[in-house]
Write a protein that binds this ligand. Structure first.
Ligand code: PMP
Length: 402
């Protein structure tokens, strides 16, 4: 079946890509941007700017109100309540560092932090460094042959010693959906705080109240969700947000500052020192509203069908898959040819996919794939023709390399 995306027309870059012969299959790295994003940026910068939460003049008041409206929009998109906290950050990495530093006062030497072996470096290294600094133990949860978290091992390894669990529901390497609820419930019973890295998950699966009920903190990036670069969020539950301590300091987060000491505003402003990416935040909120108005069921079915075509094409070529991908992407290698060589020859033919360690070096080591994996990742703007171009470029590359 030939799949064409009704959503492709919303993304201006594809007209250019078609002229240039570019096929973009690297959306897990970053997603292309819809018209609405450009419209918001244009309107924002053309209407006169002001800083937020500072001045008394009308322009500043309007833009402050717009920023706070954007915060409410993102909370609503998440299915969160108004009492939950939403802190704007520079991205998922920044949000995960914020929660890691912000909770560091809770740990005692010997406490345990659990992460999966498939975490992106952004949800691994902050915890690893914290463990080294505070003499905590980093407990690594294994995955099964499909690439999902092994729930039985997780249940054994998460104990009352576990003070925090940091997990991603959708890995940027495996591309497999999974129900983490039992593991998250077990972690709660053990008294652990739960941090979810939803950077990839949020693009392909809806975040809802049910997921939020099973975590305490949640991080994601705007740019993977068709929004601008340099914006992310840290959501914190009503119950646990007061555990966070500020970790970056400066203007506009301060309740009182004397030369000897300072006190800080409560969340969210106490965690947003300095001038935020105002235009980016406004554009992100509008992109989320635009996304929410699209037919989510149709998008999910379309993505699944396209993913199936990707998997079938790769199976015909007898690649070695990492796990059993069922969503969004596929990571794989060729039994004889180096991934970087294939990606280079694909790039020469205008096909953008990614080769390398995908910011998950411990995972690649565990898979025995230190030399790197190829990854094809899909957006709902991709279509069957993109896959046809990819497969013919792949076949041509292998003909040269074998
Ligand atoms: N977590 C996951 C699962 C990711 O895929 C990424 C981005 N590749 C990140 C975290 C980090 O996101 P960012 O680079 O936008 O901070």
């Amino acid at each position: 079946m030939h799949l064409t995306s009704p959503w492709r027309q919303h993304f201006p870059c594809f007209e250019l890509f078609d002229q240039q012969g570019v096929t973009y299959l690297d959306s897990a790295a970053t997603a292309q941007k819809p018209h609405i994003l450009l419209q918001v940026l244009q309107q924002h910068y053309a209407s006169g700017v002001a800083n937020v939460h500072r001045a008394q003049h009308a322009l500043a008041n309007r833009i402050t109100a717009e920023l706070e409206q954007a915060r409410a929009t993102v909370l609503q998109w998440l299915g969160a309540t108004d009492n939950d906290q939403l802190i704007f950050t520079k991205g998922a990495t920044d949000a995960l560092n914020l929660v890691c530093h912000g909770l560091s006062h809770l740990f005692q030497p010997g406490d345990e932090i659990a992460v999966s072996l498939y975490e992106h470096h952004a949800n691994l290294i902050p915890w690893q460094q914290l463990c080294q600094r505070l003499q905590l133990k980093l407990v690594v949860l294994p995955f099964n042959s499909s690439g999902a978290l092994d729930p039985i091992a997780a249940k054994q390894l998460i104990t009352p010693n576990t003070k925090l669990l940091a997990l991603s529901p959708l890995s940027n390497v495996f591309g497999i959906t999974q129900d983490l609820t039992p593991t998250l419930q077990h972690a709660k019973q053990c008294g652990a705080l739960r941090v979810l890295d939803c950077t990839q998950y949020a693009v392909h699966q809806r975040i809802d109240q049910q997921l939020l009920q099973h975590c305490d903190f949640l991080a994601l990036s705007s740019h993977k969700l068709f929004g601008p670069d340099g914006v992310g969020i840290l959501w914190a539950s009503q119950a646990q947000h007061s555990l966070l301590h500020p970790y970056q300091f400066g203007g506009e987060m301060v309740a009182h500052c004397s030369i000897e000491q300072s006190s800080f505003l409560p969340a969210p402003l106490g965690f947003e020192p300095g001038t935020p990416n105002i235009a980016g935040i406004l554009a992100f909120a509008k992109v989320l509203q635009w996304l929410a108005d699209l037919d989510q069921t149709a998008i999910q079915h379309y993505e699944q069908a396209l993913h199936q075509q990707l998997i079938e094409g790769l199976e015909q070529r007898a690649v070695k898959f990492a796990g059993s991908p069922n969503c969004a992407l596929a990571s794989f290698s060729h039994p004889q040819v180096h991934s970087a060589d294939i990606a280079t020859l694909l790039a020469e033919q205008g096909v953008a996919i990614r080769a390398g360690s995908h910011c998950a070096q411990p995972l690649l080591k565990a898979l025995g794939a230190e030399q790197g994996l190829l990854r094809v990742s899909l957006g709902f703007y991709n279509d069957s023709q993109d896959l046809t171009r990819f497969f013919s470029a792949y076949d041509a590359a292998l003909e040269l390399l074998l």
